[in-house]
Ligand binder design. Structure first.
Ligand code: SIN
Length: 313
């Protein structure tokens, strides 16, 4: 039996040491400020910010969120203040609290991604970049770079050249073979992978007889997608065991997080759970620590990819 105090919660993600394996998920808690009344952002592995674009953007028309069984659809459309406001207001707020930032960037072209990475060079508190090549809520599926290995690789190679911190490629589950896309990103220089973004979905209102979301389709998140996410992490870890993975998709509890670590993730992001429990990232970390102690596992590093090994404990 490992005592709670003995459990090592530190992890390393793409060469970056984090005090906890539990991070926020991009898009679910802006740049962390909204969570501050509920948890200490410095105690999280990191705050993964909402994807930032070059210019301010109002996003798609409303309604753009809908509840579904065990899940949530969103068609936000990358609403945000743009990189200059982000650098002026959001990043300094995180840095002042000694929180690590994983900055998610989104662009409509390779050049936009490069400009974003360039603006973030030397910015305070940036631990990693998460390159959002998989947002489902863009005008054209051609802009979902993560659906094509060459397009994904082009973005990652260019960002890697421009960035001064390790780069994670955020992958979409809406592909035939996620391992092909993962391998293309790694070959292009990605230091790690974030997986998964939401699945493209839709819901229709049976009273109005019309799609619920103004944007018609949206990204499905929440517990409904967790088995898909665990499967993606498992497949990529099996094929590319040396590649660091930040796992996400419907994590609500410490045991959910443990599944991702066992599948091969070195850290996890908690997203949709914060909409009904803003303290969820901190709670999930506590529950994960308890689960490791209960199982006599000394620390997070001992469990990463463990489910792939022959034989059971
Ligand atoms: C959005 O802003 O539309 C969501 C971003 C994403 O899912 O990547």
């Amino acid at each position: 039996m490992t005592s709670l105090a003995q459990v090592g919660m530190g992890t390393t993600l793409a060469g970056v040491a984090l005090p906890s394996p539990v991070l926020t998920a991009s898009g679910c808690s802006a740049a962390g400020r909204e969570l501050a009344p509920y948890l200490d952002v410095a105690e999280l592995g990191a705050v993964v910010t909402k994807s930032v674009m070059l210019r301010p953007r109002s996003g798609r028309a409303t309604p753009r969120m809908a509840e579904t069984p065990s899940g949530m659809l969103n068609s936000i459309g990358l609403q945000g203040p743009g990189i200059e406001a982000f650098l002026e207001h959001d990043l300094p707020w995180l840095a002042a609290r000694a929180a690590r930032a994983v900055v998610s960037i989104a662009g409509g072209s390779v050049e936009e991604f490069v400009q974003l990475a360039g603006r973030l060079v030397g910015a305070p508190g940036v631990a990693l970049l998460e390159v959002n090549i998989s947002c489902p809520n863009v005008a054209s599926r051609g802009q979902v770079f993560a659906c094509d290995p060459r397009a994904a690789a082009d973005v990652i190679a260019a960002v890697k050249d421009a960035a001064d911190v390790p780069v994670l490629a955020k992958l979409s589950p809406d592909v035939t073979d996620i391992v092909t896309i993962a391998a293309a990103c790694v070959q292009a220089g990605a230091d790690g992978l974030s997986m998964i973004n939401t699945l493209l979905g839709m819901a229709i209102d049976t009273d109005t007889l019309r799609p619920i979301l103004a944007g018609i389709t949206g990204g499905l998140s929440g517990p409904a997608i967790r088995p898909v996410a665990v499967r993606c992490v498992w497949q990529v870890h099996a094929a590319l065991p040396e590649v660091p993975i930040l796992g996400m998709g419907g994590i609500m509890t410490g045991l959910d997080a443990l599944q991702f670590l066992l599948a091969g993730a070195s850290a996890v992001s908690v997203g949709t759970a914060v909409f009904h429990d803003p303290s969820a990232p901190a709670r999930v970390a506590r529950e994960l620590r308890d689960a490791l102690a209960d199982r006599g596992i000394p620390g997070v590093a001992d469990v990463v990819g463990l489910a792939h090994r022959d034989g059971r404990r």
